[in-house]
Design a protein. Structure first.
Length: 103
């Protein structure tokens, strides 16, 4: 898997504690929702740290990893933009930003 974190995104993640957590939770039998947080969500999910640009991208241990993940920072509104194999994280089945607010 190719994991890219732009310098601007790394700085934003660093300002929020230096870790970005990404995980999914099942909804019914065939769907999942995407989640992200800047602090450990403490939901029994194990995470694997991936260090890029001085920050840790914590990926849920049970995620099906894509060929590429790109994390950048949008300017207006100022928020992280995550592309999961070219698709926006959170738009593939719903998303929530938890634990640490703002995004």
């Amino acid at each position: 898997m190719q994991l890219v974190v732009t310098p601007e995104a790394a700085e934003d993640i660093g300002d929020r504690g230096g870790r970005l957590y990404l995980w999914q939770e099942p909804v019914g039998k065939a769907w999942v929702t995407d989640h992200m947080a800047f602090i450990d969500p403490s939901r029994g999910t194990s995470f694997i740290p991936n260090w890029v640009g001085g920050v840790a991208v914590m990926l849920g241990e049970d995620l099906e990893l894509p060929p590429s993940v790109r994390i950048s920072l949008s300017r207006i509104p100022r928020r992280l933009h995550i592309e999961w194999n070219g698709e926006p994280w959170g738009r593939r089945g719903g998303a929530d930003l938890e634990g640490g607010g703002g995004g």
